[in-house]
Design a protein around this ligand. Sequence first.
Ligand SMILES: Cc1ncc(COP(=O)(O)O)c(C=O)c1O
Length: 469
Amino acid sequence: MAMAAAAVEVEEGRTGIPSLLRLSAVGEEAIASNVAQLIGWTPLIEMKNIAKKEGIQARLVGKMEAYQPLFSVKDRTALGMVEDAEEKGLITPGVTTLIEPTGGNLGTGLVLVAIQRGYRFIAVMPAGYSLDKQMLLRFLGAEVILTDPAGGFKGMMDKVEELTKVMPNYHCFNQSINPANPDAHFKWTGPEIWKDTAGKVDIFVTAAGTGGTLSGVGRYLKMKNPSINIVCVEPSESAVISGSSIKHGFPQQTEIASEGRGPNLQACILPHLKSSSPSSVPPTAWALPVRKSSGSRRESRRWEHGGSDGRADRRLAPLLPTSAPALSSLAVLGWSGGCPNSFSIPTEEPRKESSSSFWRNRRGGSPGFHKIQGTGPGFIPENLDRSIIDEVVTVSSEESITMARRLAKEEGLLVGISSGANVSACIKIAAREENKGKMIVTMLPSGGERYMNSDLFADVREECANMTF
Ligand SMILES: Cc1ncc(COP(=O)(O)O)c(C=O)c1O
């Protein structure tokens, strides 16, 4: 009996299926008591066919998150954030309504956990973003509220604010700034990769949405072996991170944020940065040095208060270029309890070049439309730990879609668009002489069936619709 107890002891970072297998190994029932118990642990698979066709001499390894109960990496985030909020006493089953602005995958993960634990769940998403995900959320019983896509994230946040005004017990996890998001990957995804590669991983590559996966896995792997390279992938059409001269640390950061527009909600869009003069920037837009000082994580994110007192112009003046084309459509996004969200732009200090050439010399930097769902939100989320990123690689929507189709046809891997982006980035990295013989591990964040109404399936959709007998 003592032996059985020892054998089923929870091994660090092993949840999901392995926790059941340990039971069957000692002759006990290996039946999951609920679907949330299956969250965690996904298999690694080597993509040998594509590596061979590309003439790559590095090992390409993907982590199949389609093996999660709701087929995406966000099941882990959902469980991690719910468990964290419950431990902190922030939410109570049967009492609290969970409400989250989501593009879809976190939403489906949250529905699963909400069903299991007895929460009402409302997903707020832009209309037309993904019909597949919208249908899935409804199919699973979530309440879905659509916002005008023209309003972007701000429109979603305004809707959340509107709803929460009339809702007594609600909780918004705020995945872009919630530390429980990267913590889930530090606790589970990172150890899984480390163990399942027997510590042989040399390079970890993944696209950032909230940055939760990259930061959590990256921190864990760097802790185990600081020489592992962490590569961030982002859409070339919205190369906000690479546009921020990100490589091996950030000399100094500057944040631009908005004043809050309600007790629990901070949001603004700064289209006015199109203006040619900083003096025309409204006083609600601020630029302040990042304060990494005292106290808890939450405390260190706090802003100095300021606002409509005219000081904003002075603060922005040394930081903004005389003309800021790169920032013309910059959106500053977020929502949180009393903690203004921010957009961070690393700056080089002292900056010798004129401000206009400073921006001209940056690659990318501006948000733009792309099709790699779940990634490239157009701003740098607080949960993206840039201090651990060794390199940023950009990949276009077209490259990503092409690669996702190749993964299906050449490897039999039915995965989504961001998986295509990640593998495309891996191939670019693997082609380098210095990476010969190295093991490159990447995330395959979601299963492909979720994208049947997207461009990923456009060619076969048309073909099948026009088939006759
Ligand atoms: C399909 C897909 N890929 C990648 C990501 C990025 O993950 P993270 O938010 O951890 O950066 C997401 C996030 O929602 C996603 O849905």
